[in-house]
Design a protein around this ligand. Sequence first.
Ligand SMILES: [Zn+2]
Length: 100
Amino acid sequence: MSTSAIGSNTISFTDAVRFFRIVTNSGPCPMCSAVAWTIPVNQMNGPVSLVPSGNNDDSGSPVMELKLSCDVCGYFRSHNATIIRKWISENPADDEPTNG
Ligand SMILES: [Zn+2]
């Protein structure tokens, strides 16, 4: 696998969940009104799966997207991974216990 350009840009599943819980309002799917969003991961407890948006940022790095899918109708919503990483770096995890 050639993920060299992506490796340093990973977002942990835990941080992604934290971001969506705190920053977004976890609204219903605009297509089917279900509230059943899935955050994609390649492996259990691994980082979330990001896909290239096709654009580069000011430094020339590829802009990645995190795409959540609706479990009911398959609708995708995309979030700019750069924004998520920025928020995570400014709001580090507080070592709060998880319910596993
Ligand atoms: Zn849906």
